[in-house]
Write a protein that binds this ligand. Structure first.
Ligand code: FNR
Length: 348
């Protein structure tokens, strides 16, 4: 390996290590400010609850997916391999981390292709940044025979990293071009800073139909990038961004035109149910799944997903909803903190 590949692989490992170290949430996810209204007389049985969903043409038997994390080093190859086994056993989709490393250095490809080897029939999402060319995006899709492509938008992370990107002018044009020519669903995703109404409107105008708002409240890349270096000169930005709950409120006007996915700080089945109630079609988890496979192992991670889904079904009974559509029709009460945000933004 040359020095550039070494540095890249080292960065991938550092992201994983620092993400695992972020045990307690650095900032509030705001899910505590979203309340369901309990219903005492359910009108159906637990085994009648059906939380199947779809992301465009992709059918999901449960509204969960393992979100983008890693690849690009030996350690992260083993992580991707374990995550792929969990995805295969549970039938939920799995995204790989940014594939730029593999596009530039073919010797790193196997840390991504392992997810297809371990999960030949499952739904797999490729992942690139918004600076990638159409050819690069197509190559990433082809490498793992992806069913969808995620394009991550991570401006704060790039700006906090001394070695990060400083040029953003091409992002929107690239996104537009890839969405038009990729031939599979293209999901534009944040990395834990959330998305505003303005961002979503811009994306919609550019032809984007799939979005993962990935909000603040879970893995915090402002903190991770500061933790990676001695001079933590932008540490004060750890509260930057929109929480996942607030991002979903911002996304409400778009739910009929775009498939909105939610991630960022999903820790319990109740958080996930709140995302569905706020309009998300499915809910992604990254750090939680990393922790599961690294600390508890593949079998425990499979059981974790199975219980997570089962408990979501139980909560559906408590609000008397049988399907995701019914969940979106059930009442939600917002705490003053986020109600104030909604009023000031006057998005409806
Ligand atoms: C990430 N995330 C991420 N996202 C992305 O689109 N491409 C990437 O390469 C990475 N890399 C990455 C590494 C690690 C170690 C973690 C934990 C996360 C961001 C991820 O997909 C998600 O948006 C955020 O982590 C928020 O979700 P959680 O972790 O709070 O569930």
């Amino acid at each position: 390996m040359n020095r550039e590949t070494d540095l890249r692989s080292q960065r991938k490992d550092e992201h994983v290590r620092h993400a695992l170290d972020q045990k307690a949430a650095v900032v509030d996810s705001d899910f505590n400010h979203v309340h369901f209204v309990h219903q005492s007389i359910p009108s159906f049985n637990l085994d009648e609850v059906d939380l199947s969903t779809c992301i465009g043409p992709l059918k999901l038997s449960q509204p969960l997916y393992i979100n983008a994390m890693t690849g690009g080093s030996e350690w992260t190859r083993t992580i991707n391999s374990k995550l792929a086994e969990v995805a295969s056993a549970t039938g939920i989709p799995m995204a790989v981390g940014s594939m730029h490393a593999a596009l530039k250095h073919p010797e790193l490809e196997n840390s991504f292709t392992v997810v297809r080897d371990r999960n030949p029939k499952g739904l797999v999402f490729a992942n690139v940044g918004a600076d990638v060319s159409l050819d690069g995006a197509k190559r990433a899709i082809e490498l793992i025979q992806a069913d969808a492509l995620q394009i991550h938008i991570n401006a704060p992370q790039e700006l906090i990293m001394p070695e990060g990107d400083r040029n953003f002018r091409s992002w929107l044009e690239n996104i537009e071009n890839i969405v038009r020519h990729a031939g599979i669903p293209v999901i534009i995703k944040e990395v834990g800073f959330g998305m505003s109404w303005e961002t979503l409107q811009t994306l919609k105008d550019s032809g984007v139909r799939y979005v993962d708002v990935s909000g603040k409240g879970g893995t915090n890349f402002a903190s991770i990038e500061n933790a990676r270096r001695e001079h933590k000169d932008m540490d004060y930005l750890k509260n930057w961004g929109l929480s996942t709950a607030i991002s979903l409120l911002e996304a409400e006007p778009f739910v009929s035109d775009m498939s909105i996915l939610a991630s960022g700080g999903i820790k319990t089945p109740l958080d996930a149910m709140k995302c569905l109630a706020l309009g998300a079609k499915a809910v992604g988890m990254s750090r939680t799944m990393l922790e599961q496979v690294e600390y508890n192992g593949i079998e425990a991670a499979i059981e974790y997903i199975s219980q997570f889904h089962h408990q979501m079904c139980k909560i559906a009974i408590m609000i008397n909803a049988r399907t995701i559509e019914e969940i979106t029709q059930r009442p939600i009460v917002l705490s003053p903190e986020i109600l104030s945000w909604q009023k000031q933004r006057a998005l409806h």
